[in-house]
Design a protein around this ligand. Structure first.
Ligand SMILES: [Zn+2]
Length: 68
């Protein structure tokens, strides 16, 4: 099995709040509510999920693609 990083530090673009979250490896997570300011984060246009837009590491699906 390839090494996939499932934990990502998600930084809120509104308030800068950082959260360590575990990404689902079987699906893309489109929305995340910031626990700091409770804004509903959505992916930036062209990104597949909130982790790709605001996370420290890209989501597992993108990681798998880059391994191949
Ligand atoms: Zn926030």
């Amino acid at each position: 099995m390839e090494e996939i990083t499932a934990d990502s530090l998600l930084t809120c673009p509104e308030c800068g709040h950082e959260e360590l979250l575990t990404m689902p490896t079987d699906a893309c997570q489109w929305f995340h509510e910031c626990s700091g300011c409770h804004v509903l984060l959505k992916p930036i246009k062209g990104d597949c999920c909130v982790f790709c837009s605001y996370g420290l590491v890209p989501c597992p699906a993108i990681q798998l693609e880059s391994i191949e």
